[in-house]
Design a protein around this ligand. Sequence first.
Ligand code: 73E
Length: 793
Amino acid sequence: MKDMTIPRPGDTLADAIRQHLKFSLGKSSDVATLTDWRMALSLAVRDRIVDPWFASTRAAYDKQGKRVYYLSMEFLIGRLLEDATVNLGLMDEVTEFFQSRGLDARKVMQDEPDAALGNGGLGRLAACFLESMSTVGCPAYGYGIRYEHGLFRQSFDRGRQMEGPEDWLTEAHAWEYERTEAQYRIGFGGQVKQLGDRTVWQPAETVLARAYDTPMIGWQGRWANTLRLWSARPETVFDLGRFNAGDYYGAAEPENLARTISRVLYPDDTTEDGKRLRLKQEFFFTAASLRDILRRFDSEYDDLKLLPEKVAIQLNDTHPAIAGPELVRLLVDEKGMAFEDAVTVAQGCLGYTNHTLLPEALERWSVKLMTDLLPRHMQIIEMIDAMHKNAHPDRKVEMIGGGDVQMGPIAFFMAHKVNGVSALHTELMKETVFAELNRLHPNRIVNETNGITPRRWVLGANPRLSRLVTDAIGDGWVDDLERLQEIEPLADDSSFRDAYDAAKRANKADLAAYLGQRGLSVDPDAMFDVQIKRIHEYKRQHLNILQTIALWQEMKDAPQGNWLPQVKIFAGKAAPGYVFAKEIIHLINAVAEVINADPDTSHLLKVAYPANYNVSLAERLIPAAEVSQQISTAGKEASGTGNMKFALNGALTIGTLDGANVEIRELVGAENFFLFGMTAPEVVARREVAEHAKKAIAADPRLKRAMDAIEAGIFGERFPSIIENLMGHDYFCVTSDFSDYWRASRELEVAYRDRAEWTRMAILNTARSGWFSSDRTIRGYMADIWGAEALTI
Ligand code: 73E
């Protein structure tokens, strides 16, 4: 961009938007489209990030402190414009500017496509962490992959999930800076050679990793970090020889092959994939990131033993766990360090976060694949394993076992700290997957309960609630979320309650209008009950829909009864290969079709399932929710983060003692939380009971009747796989928890009818959930794992 297009200091934001529209986009305001305005605004806002961004980079350099590197396969960042505008305090100016042109600033911002570079909680957590690291002034880089296609676009065809490509980059994207100079050669396959006393890996295939930087600005522009995403490109773009010989497709082959690595995000959340391309993606971005980290380190220091003092590398699950062996390889093969020293240095730098105990999600790679793709790393893994076995001859854990390389144990051993993501999950980690490693390395496991950024999930998504809180206690809560406690006394103030209620009612009306545009009319005065998350058996959307069927049946029995009108809202995607989860989606849509069309009950009960759940849809749904469904089988949901967003926005949780629900309930108070279901140990015990599902079904006529209705074809198809699963082993204990879920749901309805009391409980949820700010989580990582210090500019 030429200098003349760059707004000068002192220009107003309005001037800057106009200049960008004219000079950067080449449009005049009378023909500008929504996208033109959105781009002009984005560029104007981006300009204002650059100075704090430079200043942060300089401050981190001058301070010579520790930098944090957060390695993650996923960054589910969603839209960036609104976040940046909010954090720079420009929202009012922007609103005014567009108002004067007869445009709605929110509409302009909603033109931005979501960057859906993640599946769900794990990727969204990484995005919240980036924002919080910038807000608290933790000098950090996020490292990941610049996927051309993020998570697939979901649509429904006769109730069934269809998947289409997500094209966020083909729509104009304003936030990234391409760094042609930051480029590394990443190898795969080939051979390991011994040249004298040096071991050299000679890869058979190489691709280039090219960096794209996105600045991430913190609250009030206090600090800005960088998200650096790697894009794969070929070493030789084009095979001219083949082209000239008339082989036009073949000529483009090298380019296609290389680009495949950063082409698409794997759409599997907590399910197994184990594909060769996935391992290539993991190594690709991990290796590029480590090279970049070492280059930065080398430019400032000349003693590699200082690495753990200056560099903290956090592994977001095992997806980047090859970082351990790769760092050792770089230190030994390229820097000449002794193997034992290299392991010690690497351990000093690395931290590993575990996000799931589900056995199918624990990564392992066949020895054959690892040897084939990363032969030198396979050798190093064997050396690491031998070193560990030497130190602990009695150990009962394998890094290589059953023909597979086990990434969990490798990540555990190569990290100086290993953390779980909620109190319960961390305890279960110690007792189950990492019991043996915890025995051998006590004190390595720590807990860092997840959090969410209040800037996006309260201030940005729920301006009505935010205004109310700020009017009451000032705006200090935005970066000190526990100050929400100060509104607690107002729960007993009827005029505050009315205002709180009115904000919720207005949010519900907005959502009702949105659902209306999508063809479903719902009553904004009905209770809004929401379950939004990936579709998975352990999250038990089928438990929710079974209960919905049972409720509908009772309503039909007595339509004149005193029923509480309610809307059951579902949203979420299923992994394309997860057949059972897709059946659950089909069932929900089939039930919705029948219930919504039933003249006896349609004023009482509606089921809504808007397609293509993403961050932006969550930002609409959560502020309008009154009930938050957190009903996973106890012991299965590591933490959950949606649960925190709902509680902060004043929805009451109906949930099990699972993940962070446990901590939410402790903080908001058991009387402000609707608990049901078995505990984690009870679930384990129940699975041992012969025919537990058949017994549970026989004991609950409502459950039996709901299942019979499905089987009888009331909802079109008969969904045999779901019925057979529930009557058979029912591993996730849907049937066993049904009765208690029904009880808690009815108690919740009774509570909802007492408006003053319900609103009081909702306010207490908001007031007492401030601990779930990701600022708190990040400070925990800084103190317990990274040893990093906050800086200011
Ligand atoms: O409980 C959530 C947790 O809140 C957990 O299921 C999720 O991580 C969230 C953030 O800590 C998670 N995602 C994955 N594993 N755990 C995962 C696994 C493989 C691929 C993609 C994501």
